[in-house]
Design a protein around this ligand. Structure first.
Ligand code: SME
Length: 149
């Protein structure tokens, strides 16, 4: 794992057990945005009665504060219960635009077993910015977050 990814994971692993859920979600988006250069927008959506509701985020305000499960990359990841990486958002008909600068996106569900509590959504201004290392890091982080639900 890249050095800064490892450090991000260690930080979140260390604070995870010691702070409450809301604080941990907030710190997680801040740590990811501050330490990983190509993460231009980082947010957490929480699943409330079949609607994804935007919680803490770092980056510009998004028009998509509520997303239904049959809408967007966000809805697809939560309903398929798996990570989705989109290397070119313009080529994906599911994509709901947030910023004109966004070129690629990753969405990782926060789950325990098959139960989805929410997801981490990250946009990058770089095309094809996300790979297996990002997926691996973010899935480890969502495991830590899932313990709080
Ligand atoms: N692009 C997402 C919507 C959320 S914004 O990126 C913050 C989607 O297609 O679901």
């Amino acid at each position: 794992m890249k050095k800064n990814y490892y450090e991000v994971l260690k930080k979140i692993e260390t604070i995870g057990p010691n702070i409450e859920k809301t604080e941990l979600l907030k710190k997680t988006v801040e740590i990811l945005k501050e330490n990983i250069h190509h993460y231009n927008w980082v947010g957490i959506y929480l699943l409330e009665k079949n609607v994804l509701v935007l919680g803490p985020y770092a980056g510009k305000p998004s028009p998509h504060t509520r997303i239904e499960l049959n809408k967007g990359i966000c809805g697809a990841a939560a309903s398929q219960k798996e990570t989705i990486i989109v290397s070119d958002v313009k080529a994906d008909p599911r994509y709901l635009a947030c910023s004109l600068e966004t070129k690629s996106e990753i969405v990782v569900p926060i789950m325990r077993g098959k139960k989805v509590f929410g997801e981490i959504d990250i946009d990058s201004d770089k095309p094809d910015a996300f790979g297996t290392e990002d997926q691996h890091l973010l899935e480890k982080i969502t495991e830590i977050l899932a313990k709080k639900f």
